[in-house]
Ligand binder design. Structure first.
Ligand SMILES: [Zn+2]
Ligand SMILES: [Zn+2]
Length: 163
């Protein structure tokens, strides 16, 4: 039971961690790698993908520690939580929103539409500053994001496709 809670808390915590990283690191000093994600991709990979590798390291370390190095099951559960967040993020962000793999999924639920639209609004800004919506699995109401975006004055508010 405790292990499931550790796992779930880690998945949730990763959303907060990813928000902070995206807002203050990737759009901060780490922009040199993340900028590639705010431009049209020219090949199968982008420099921004290195962040996925970086975020996978603590997960690998924790699972190794839990399974091989006697750290305890909490470490395995936490490592698995980070990995699960990575998998969810890849599925929604890279596959559903950015279509890095071909698919025919049309987001229908209100929640699903909201996170997809919110992330498109994040991409309305191609510069380091002025972007909105840094989280992913939780997104504020789309109207609020649009207002924020207009207020920031940085984004060319390309209306996202309404599918
Ligand atoms: Zn960004
Ligand atoms: Zn994106």
């Amino acid at each position: 039971m405790t292990l499931i809670l550790i796992f779930l808390a880690t998945v949730t915590g990763m959303e907060l961690f990813a928000y902070a990283m995206h807002r203050w690191v990737m759009h901060g000093f780490g922009w040199f790698l993340h900028a590639s994600h705010h431009r049209e991709r020219t090949g199968p990979f982008e420099w921004n993908d290195l962040y996925a590798v970086i975020f996978a390291l603590p997960s690998i370390q924790l699972i190794y520690g839990g399974v091989q190095a006697g750290w305890g099951d909490w470490a395995t559960a936490m490592g698995a939580g980070i990995a699960a967040y990575g998998a969810i993020y890849f599925g929604f962000h890279d596959v559903i929103v950015h279509r890095r793999l071909a698919h025919r999924v049309v987001p229908r639920s209100a929640y699903f539409k909201r996170i997809v639209q919110a992330h498109r609004l994040h991409h309305a800004v191609e510069s380091r500053k002025g972007a909105v919506s840094f989280g992913f699995l939780y997104a504020p109401p789309v109207e609020r994001l649009k207002t924020e975006l207009r207020a920031s004055g940085q984004g060319q508010l390309r209306e996202p496709a309404t599918d």
